[in-house]
Design a protein. Structure first.
Length: 369
């Protein structure tokens, strides 16, 4: 009940206020000069987004944040994401969150998501083979929906759910019948054609890890499931490099570069307010282990032996987590058996279970337009 009453959502529907508990806005239009942009929606509304470019980056991440945060609270993580993987970041706000007008509901969030994709592909002229969709928690709803519509370079799902109604059923049983289903990810998952990385903590008490496993089973494209043993729903993805950073660089070819520069049209920037105070929320820090990793080119953060946890001679690789197990091809039964045995022997505190990864083939560099 407190979540319903304290939600900053503009909706008077108690179910909507419970599902989308918008926090108090953590930023204003002047908080992020030349980083906050306003992109047009089909109905004429403006969608606040953070755009953080990285020079000569080949990939652009469209980021959909979690439920109880807005762009201001996501800013520090997005900056680290950009610098670690050397990518462009476009983080999208939801209606009713931050400074974005409107009511928080599935239709409004999807309208903002489509506006973001339209902006990237048409205004920035960025090709789909240079786009990765990234969603966490609530953000996996629009991420899965867009991945079902567009064939992109990759999809990242952190703590995903099969559907909002499924979440309610797990908490209140048959009372969930009064809730109309929203973001039915399990129905859309088979339509995803892009390589997909799923990370779901085994200690997640809000979205049970079974949701991630079901989505993994439903996806037919190349995919990997990572289930870190000690990760809960709100655990920082940067706390342990084995949780998120290493799987990202092992599964995708990151970083990668292009000679094409990305240019944001001037009309996307909001007019500045004279003498306005730009207040930024505290930023998340890059973990020391990640800062010390050498830059070696594409895939620079991780030799494959780090994630697999064993060196070529069968010895444990330096820096490997005990809980990490070797990614496998889902077409190879012998490899499946090997992973089942490794997962059973995994120790607490490690990276957990990694399954289903086929060999990662770097995408060929694009020819400059």
């Amino acid at each position: 009940m407190w979540v319903v009453l304290s939600s900053k959502s503009t909706s008077w529907n108690p179910i909507e206020r419970l599902i989308f508990p918008a926090p108090t806005p953590s930023y204003n239009v002047d908080s992020f000069p030349r980083e906050l942009i306003l992109i047009p929606r089909e109905d004429g509304a403006k969608v606040p987004c953070l755009f953080l470019p990285f020079r000569h980056a080949r990939f652009l991440f469209i980021y959909f944040h979690a439920n109880a945060e807005d762009l201001g609270l996501s800013y520090g993580f997005c900056k680290i994401l950009r610098d670690l993987f050397q990518v462009h970041i476009l983080a999208v706000e939801y209606p009713g969150y931050g400074i974005c007008p409107g009511s928080s509901d599935e239709a409004g969030i999807m309208a903002n998501a489509r506006a973001a994709m339209e902006f990237v592909t048409k205004s920035l002229c960025w090709p789909s083979d240079g786009i990765k969709l990234f969603g966490r928690s609530l953000g996996t709803g629009p991420t899965v929906a867009m991945a079902a519509e567009y064939n992109v370079a990759g999809v990242i799902l952190i703590s995903p759910f099969t559907g909002i109604k499924d979440l309610f059923e797990g908490q209140v049983g048959r009372l969930a019948d009064i809730v109309a289903d929203r973001f039915c990810n399990i129905a859309l998952a088979p339509r995803i054609r892009s390589p997909t990385l799923i990370i779901h903590g085994m200690q997640d008490g809000l979205v049970p890890p079974e949701h991630g496993r079901k989505l993994y089973a439903a996806i037919t494209s190349r995919r990997m499931l990572v289930t870190p043993t000690n990760m809960s729903h709100n655990t920082s993805l940067l706390k342990d490099v084995g949780t998120f950073i290493l799987p990202m660089t092992h599964f995708f070819s990151l970083p990668d570069y292009t000679f094409e520069e990305i240019e944001v049209p001037e009309w996307a920037f909001p007019p500045t307010t004279p003498d306005a105070k730009a207040e930024k929320p505290p930023e998340e820090e890059t973990p020391e282990a990640a800062r010390q990793l050498p830059v070696l080119g594409p895939g620079w953060l991780i030799p494959p032996t780090w994630l697999c946890g064993r060196g070529s001679a069968g010895n444990k690789a330096a820096g490997a987590d005990d809980g990490a197990v070797e990614p496998i091809s889902r077409l190879d039964p012998a490899a499946e058996d090997k992973v089942k045995g490794s997962a059973a022997a995994a120790k607490p505190g490690g990276c957990g279970d990694v399954a289903g990864a086929q060999a990662v083939t770097p995408i060929a560099p694009r020819t400059p337009r």
